[in-house]
Design a protein around this ligand. Structure first.
Ligand code: ATP
Ligand code: MG
Length: 566
């Protein structure tokens, strides 16, 4: 527990766990679980739950299981199981040999259901789903008893077995708990435990024609695995009495359910159902589209698992629902990438520069620092020659106030290279700038002037002859609105999609050292942001995703100037 003793106050979940250890409440080690339903890919919200459950286990010397809550065969697929396993691993957590499936417990659950029937606290109901809904009542009105509620246990057992054997049609019968149709908590009004579903299960095939409902199944799964703390999101607070009721009626191991606030992020949606819609309707390029809040999307975008774990630590855990600004996620990302990513030079919107007083056939290899935050990353050689590319935005023929970069007659520093002065602007027939002519000062090699003269701007560049071509994909928020679910009548969240969330630049020029870059390698393109190699890259073609921008003070100045003009 060393980690806890050193750190700030424990969050309320960890405090409960610490108190339980103190009082030896469980008599065993702490046991948590992460229980995804394999009906979609994991997203950043799941990461919060993963880091909480696995984090507690590791901090308190306990264990955390990975358990697939695969109780609804209609929506579940092996593809999702595989992706979830990959993602939890990538996030850096280890369940050792404790990978479980709720479907492995179906037999035991069935036996327990029969036990409750015999006890007279569960019954088979023939009402239709519509009738059941109608009889349930509302928040202000009590429900009504089903006419089948007082069937005798023997008859219920018979019918339940026939349900299991597939003798009834889907929806024609259910098994319900017999609790109280007037209960103030609607979840306690004889909730459904089993429904009939003639569906093929990814793991059980056609063995089962009945499937357990979440509220019935979940506590049993926790109990079978000897979980001590069953941590879930706040929506389940109202379900806790039911969780407790089933376990009490069965008199089996009874974990403590603890609810915390789910993660919401602005400018995105976080429900698997909605994410699936975006994928199915082709509104994004798959679950791992770099704009998606999925773990695979974030990874492809260039997020490190350390950054995501750090984010989860930073936001903490509490009892109140709120929305986190995605800027905080990016902040955690930058903090990590700043320490870990190699710097290179890349020009996204190239403008050719000819150094007219530099020898035609000469190439110099200049020393460049790979990572100023990490000396061990070393240095590399960057080729310099007579023709270069600079960023089009780094030149202004008629500079506005506070523009310190290249402009006719002004001297700037080329990073690691020389001071250059712009002497000529070459244009085509339409007046577009096609290239710049500059002269360089040979005395300033490496970027320092012997006379110590001051230079306001340092610019990045690449040697035209040595540069590699690249495609660069720039991303923006997937949704315009902070809360995409806020819509006018007749519209839905998809109407809030940002049509400019992806911008592709085809003519980028990058340093030759990137020829060796592998998919998902991360870099800082100096002054331009953090980028990573997209898996779409192939031998002849480099594709980069912009992971995040650097903090852009120029944009701020521009904004202030625009405001002044108004
Ligand atoms: P979604 O609402 O996205 O469909 P879900 O809750 O149906 O998610 P599950 O597969 O059941 O998805 O989730 C597995 C675990 O992850 C659950 O314990 C759930 O509480 C947790 N979880 C899901 N979404 C979030 C979130 N946004 N923040 C924190 N935890 C989450
Ligand atoms: Mg769920």
């Amino acid at each position: 527990m060393a980690e806890n003793e050193n750190s700030e106050r424990l969050d309320f979940v960890r405090q409960i766990v610490a108190d339980d250890i103190e009082s030896n409440k469980w008599g065993t080690d702490v046991a948590t679980r992460f229980p995804p339903e394999p009906n979609g890919y994991l997203h950043i919200g799941h990461a919060k739950s993963i880091c909480l459950n696995f984090g507690i286990a590791s901090e308190f010397n306990g264990t955390c299981n990975l358990r697939f809550d695969d109780t609804n065969p209609v929506k579940e697929e092996q593809e999702y199981i595989d992706a979830i396993i990959k993602d939890v691993k990538w996030l850096g957590w280890d369940w050792q040999d404790r990978l479980f499936y709720a479907s492995d417990y179906f037999e035991q659950m069935y036996e327990w259901a029969k036990q409750l029937i015999k006890k007279g606290v569960a019954y088979v109901d023939d009402m239709t789903p519509e009738q059941i809904r109608e009889y349930r009542g509302t928040l202000t009105e009590p429900g009504k008893n089903s006419p089948y509620r007082d069937r005798n246990p023997q008859k219920n057992l018979e019918l339940f077995e026939k349900m299991k054997n597939g003798e009834f049609a889907d929806g024609s019968k259910v098994l319900r708990a017999k609790i109280d149709m007037a209960h103030a908590n609607i979840n306690m009004r004889d909730p459904v435990m089993y429904r009939i579903l003639h569906a093929t299960h990814p793991r059980c095939g056609d063995k089962w024609c009945i499937y357990p409902m979440y509220d019935w199944a979940h506590g049993l799964e926790d109990s079978i695995e000897n979980i001590t703390h069953s941590i879930c999101t706040l929506e389940f607070e109202n379900h806790r009495p039911l969780y407790d009721w089933f376990l009490d009626e069965l008199e089996i191991h009874h974990p403590q359910q603890i609810e915390f606030a789910r993660l919401n992020l602005n400018h995105t949606v976080m429900s698997k159902r909605k994410l699936l819609q975006l994928v199915r309707e082709g509104l994004v390029n798959g679950w791992d589209d770099p704009r998606m809040p999925t773990i695979q999307g974030l990874r492809r975008r260039g997020y490190s698992s350390a950054a995501i774990r750090n984010f989860c630590k930073t936001i903490g855990v509490n009892k109140f629902n709120s929305t986190i600004d995605v800027a905080l996620l990016e902040h955690c990302l930058r903090a990590d990438l700043n320490k870990t990513s190699s710097r290179v030079m890349a020009v996204l919107n190239p403008l050719k520069v000819v150094i007219t007083n530099y020898p035609e056939d000469q190439t110099e290899e200049l020393d460049a620092i790979n990572n100023p935050e990490d000396e061990s990353a070393g240095t590399r050689k960057v080729p310099f020659s007579r023709e270069l590319y600079i960023e089009r935005g780094d030149f202004m023929e008629e500079p506005v106030k506070k523009f310190f970069r290249l402009t006719p007659g002004r001297e700037v520093r080329l990073r690691y290279a020389y001071f250059v002065t712009c002497t000529d602007v070459v244009k085509d027939a339409e007046g577009n700038i096609t290239e710049l002519h500059c002269t360089y000062d040979p005395e300033t090699r490496g970027g320092d002037a012997p006379d110590g003269r001051k230079i306001k701007a340092t610019m990045h560049w690449v040697s035209a002859r040595h540069a590699l071509g690249a495609e660069v994909r720039l991303y923006d928020h997937l949704f315009n609105k902070e809360n995409p679910d806020q819509v006018e009548e007749g519209k839905d969240f998809k109407d809030n999609l940002n049509s400019d969330s992806l911008k592709v630049l085809n003519n980028c020029k990058v340093e030759p050292v990137l020829a060796n870059a592998k998919p998902l390698d991360r870099f800082q393109f100096e002054r331009m942001g953090y980028f990573c190699v997209d898996p779409d890259s192939s031998d002849g073609k480099l594709v980069f995703n912009r992971t995040a921008t650097l903090r852009d003070t120029w944009a701020k100045i521009q904004k202030q100037q625009q405001q002044k003009k108004k």
